[in-house]
Design a binder for this molecule. Structure first.
Ligand code: AMO
Length: 429
């Protein structure tokens, strides 16, 4: 007999024999009947075991919660409960037993602190609301991937053990690589640009990015998933169009494929309208100053100042034309005003989701940008070389997948969106 997922137990199985597999969610013992709530990733069903007709080889006495069962039974025509389907067991096989007591409750509606939950993440993830987060993250990524493929991008994979920094030296994890010093990649920036010189024209990558940021916040991880694109013969405006298309397509796919009510209850799960507003950095500066904050041109916004800006733009919006000195060496300066750059961030309220820009493609200009940032061009030879023999103008962006998942589901801590988060103090599990 084939397995039926619990969510598939609809009107068409009434009066029929089924086989389900899952975990013991709860056990309830009454006088003449026992109930076992069985849970798979799609739902919970109620298995009834009559005491006057014992099942061969099955003894409920020694069964702990979270044990793994295979249940065969009949689905009665007349169902007692409206929100949980009942199966009258004819055979129960214990596939594996769970130890007791559980280090973390799965069934009860008990709030455990995040530390305890993350220490016992394998159990924590059994909760349907947690599975839903990863279902959303997966659908989001699928929607983004599909969109990028439709726009002529191919997915690539670049090295994660690298020889140099891309986003600033302080946030690098140093690793030993045989006799050499190496680092964990902060972003695929340099490699995705090199591929534009290689004639790939449109590439994207979904991969881990490592940042040795020392602060422990609710929206930083030390390892996160970066969704990156790079496109040749393009500028920052083209990259912004691609970004809003990708975000919209990702959210559309989440809305379309959401299977459980808990995912659709989120406040932000409306497909956003594009184009997103484009607000210049200087306008944001004015907004913040008008609210009484002290900030000069050239400074980055503090969390509180981003909140002020976010209050004026409640959904997705771009902050464009950032001061050149605030952006990394690879960012193209604005040809009309070299204090500014052809760069953007995508924000959702006060939260940054993506950074992007048109890049410098002239090798001489790039060398000068390195020097201006106090970096040695010689350390970046492998990258600079690819600019010497025909590098097209190009642009791209990097999107934090956990950040986007977090804001879509209105979660308070980014760790909720990472299966096994890496933060300042956690590398296990
Ligand atoms: P940036 O450093 O702004 O840009 O990173 C891009 C996006 O990645 C996410 N992000 C993080 N998410 C969780 N934890 C962190 N510690 C973290 N750091 C960054 C954010 C951010 O917007 N190379 C450029 C992108 C480009 O220009 O193509 C870059 O990495 O959502």
């Amino acid at each position: 007999m084939n397995r039926t997922f619990i969510s598939q137990l609809g009107p068409e199985v009434l009066g029929k024999a089924v086989m389900v597999e899952g975990w013991v969610h709860e056990i309830k013992r009454l006088k003449s009947v026992d109930f076992i709530m069985i849970r798979d990733k799609t739902g919970i069903a109620q298995v009834t075991v009559k005491k006057d007709s014992p099942l061969k080889g099955f003894n409920l006495e020694s069964l702990n919660r979270e044990s793994v069962l295979k249940v065969k039974g009949l689905v009665p025509e007349k169902q007692i409960s409206r929100n949980m389907i009942e199966i009258a067991a004819t055979d129960i096989e214990i596939l594996n037993r769970s130890a007791a007591p559980l280090p973390l409750p799965v069934a009860e509606n008990i709030e455990s602190d995040l530390e305890t939950r993350l220490n016992n993440r394998f159990l924590d993830l059994r909760r349907h609301e947690n599975y839903s987060i990863f279902e959303v993250k997966s659908s989001l990524l699928w929607g983004i991937r599909t969109f990028l493929h439709s726009q002529g991008f191919i997915e690539v994979n670049t090295p994660k053990v690298v020889a140099s920094s891309t986003e600033g030296g302080a946030d690098l994890f140093k690793v030993k690589y045989f006799e050499m010093d190496a680092y964990l990649n902060q972003s695929p920036q340099l490699y995705k640009e090199i591929l534009i010189s290689s004639g790939f024209e449109r590439v994207f990558e979904v991969g881990p990015a490592f940042r040795a940021e020392k602060h422990n916040t609710t929206h930083h991880l030390n390892e996160f998933t970066s969704v990156d694109i790079e496109m040749g013969f393009s500028d920052h405006e083209d990259a912004m169009l691609m970004l809003e298309g990708a975000v919209k397509s990702g959210i559309e796919n989440v809305v379309k494929s959401s299977t459980r009510p808990s995912t659709s209850s989120s406040t932000s799960l409306n497909v956003p309208e594009i184009p997103f507003p484009r607000i210049e950095y200087s306008r944001c500066l004015e907004l913040v100053q008008a609210a009484g904050e002290k900030i000069e041109f050239g400074s980055d916004f503090s969390p509180e100042q981003l909140r002020i800006i976010g209050d004026s733009y409640p959904g997705f919006y771009f902050i464009t034309k950032w001061p050149s000195e605030l952006r990394p060496f690879y960012t193209m300066v604005d040809p009309d005003d070299e204090t500014l750059s052809n760069s953007f961030d995508l924000q959702f309220r006060e939260r940054e989701i993506t950074s992007g820009a048109q890049r410098v493609h002239d090798p001489e200009m790039l060398r000068n940008r390195f020097l201006k940032k106090g970096l040695k061009p010689a350390d970046f030879d492998f990258y600079l070389n690819s600019f010497l023999y025909g590098m097209p103008p190009h642009a791209g962006w990097g999107l934090g997948l956990e950040r986007l998942t977090m804001i879509l589901l209105d979660l308070k801590n980014i760790r909720e969106t990472s299966l096994f988060p890496r933060d300042r103090t956690r590398i296990v599990p």
